[in-house]
Design a protein around this ligand. Structure first.
Ligand SMILES: NC(=O)c1ccc[n+]([C@@H]2O[C@H](COP(=O)([O-])OP(=O)(O)OC[C@H]3O[C@@H](n4cnc5c(N)ncnc54)[C@H](O)[C@@H]3O)[C@@H](O)[C@H]2O)c1
Length: 373
């Protein structure tokens, strides 16, 4: 079968110079990872917010990266020059087989980092079939294509939403999984598919459950760019940049010290670094699969975050108190002990004001990018 014509939009197969230079990636044990262990990596959703930061982390560390993205919410310009890019769907079996063959992945070599998906919780409540299709059914297709090609490692973007409405305390990976919306359930179903597939086939996998992702590349190469985002720090820096009149604070009667919801905010570049370490861990122990929480293990309330935004920017962001939003839970805080112990992950940007500073710098750059587009 002929692969999709969209793949012809691929730009360049030659790795960027930085890809061919030596790696500075640190092995979980602290030793530099052997160059020959660096397999080619397919990043799905690599034109999106988190995927584009993972691409940067991988190429900075000397891995050879390819991106597959349908650009439904991502941006072609978010993929660095020189990274092979395929515009297409993760559910396109023929395209996947073509990419694996063309990029030298399969037959026991290579890895997939799977970020592509739909991420808006209220939309998942209104249109669950879209989420079960894009996040579960198409992920199943991608996993099958990887198995059939013989790609031995698979990393999957999951979410703290799989924990549902947990108690107000740090959550371990063993906490009950009770998603309360179709988005969370669509992710949990894919986790389950991976668990079963890894037992049956020559593939290991890592599920990474993200807490609240925020911030932007400290070097200003990428950031959160989707219009209409609902993430608190993104919304707050949009208000600082004059793109919104105020920030809505949803609910002031949660059982938390100041009544607003508490979340574990993690800088996107620390999250991206966690993926590189998780990939190394999968390569190190091919028979072992992992499920890892990725957060800092501490929480901030909405009001504490807005105070940090005010401090970091020297402004006073207007706040508008609103009723609770359907689906929001009082608290989501990770216990990141496992990822630290198993991969040696050490966050570099665990500082709200630094996160806000990076996010605001990106917001201003985004204004220029859009103006010049
Ligand atoms: N942003 C968060 O706070 C957060 C938290 C937990 C988990 N996640 C997960 O992280 C992943 C990335 O999220 P993000 O915030 O970067 O979102 P994003 O919307 O910026 O990125 C998703 C990317 O996937 C692409 N995509 C979507 N469906 C596709 C398909 N069928 N085929 C090919 N490409 C497709 C989009 O064009 C986009 O570039 C998602 O799987 C999401 O569920 C995100």
């Amino acid at each position: 079968m002929n692969p999709s014509s969209k793949m012809l939009k691929r730009q360049c197969t030659k790795p960027p110079k930085s890809t061919r230079l030596g790696s500075r990636a640190r092995h979980a044990s602290g030793a530099a990872m052997n160059e020959s262990s660096k397999v080619p990596v397919l990043v799905t959703g690599g034109a999106g917010y988190i995927g584009s930061h993972a691409v940067l982390a991988l190429i900075d560390a000397g891995w050879r990266v390819t991106v597959l993205d349908d650009l439904s919410t991502g941006f072609r310009w978010a993929v660095p020059d020189g990274v092979p890019f395929y515009e297409g769907d993760i559910g396109d079996t023929a395209l996947l087989a073509h990419i694996f063959a063309e990029q030298g992945m399969g037959a026991g070599s290579g890895a997939v980092m799977h970020f592509a998906g739909s991420i808006v919780v209220p939309e998942s409540v209104a249109n669950p079939l879209k989420y079960y299709d894009n996040n579960t059914t198409k992920s199943r297709t991608l996993i099958q294509a990887a198995v059939e090609a013989g790609v031995p490692h698979f990393l999957f973007s999951s979410t703290a939403t799989v924990y549902g409405e947990p108690e107000i305390r740090p959550l371990t990976e063993e906490d009950p999984l009770q998603p309360v919306n179709p988005y969370g359930m669509s992710k949990l179903m894919t986790e389950r598919i991976l668990a079963d597939v890894s037992k049956a086939h020559a593939m290991n996998h890592c599920v990474l459950r993200y807490f609240n992702v925020c911030g932007a590349d400290p070097r200003g190469r990428s950031g959160q760019s989707t219009a209409g985002a609902t993430h608190l720090i993104k919304v707050a820096v949009e208000a600082v940049a004059g793109k919104r009149p105020h920030v809505s604070v949803f609910g002031d009667d949660y059982p938390t010290p100041d009544g607003t919801g508490i979340r574990d905010y993690i800088h996107v570049s620390d999250l991206a670094a966690a993926h590189v370490l998780a990939l190394e861990a999968l390569i190190d122990e091919p028979r072992r699969s992992l499920t890892l929480n990725v957060g800092y293990g501490r929480g901030f309330s909405v009001l504490e975050v807005l105070d940090a935004v005010d401090r970091a920017t020297g402004t006073s962001v207007p706040r508008k108190q609103e009723p609770r939003r359907a689906g929001d839970v009082p608290s989501l805080i990770s216990d990141p002990s496992r990822i630290r112990a198993l991969t040696g992950w050490e966050p570099r940007y665990d500082d709200l004001e630094a996160i806000v500073t990076h996010a605001l710098a990106w917001e201003r750059k985004l204004t220029d990018l859009r103006r010049n587009a």
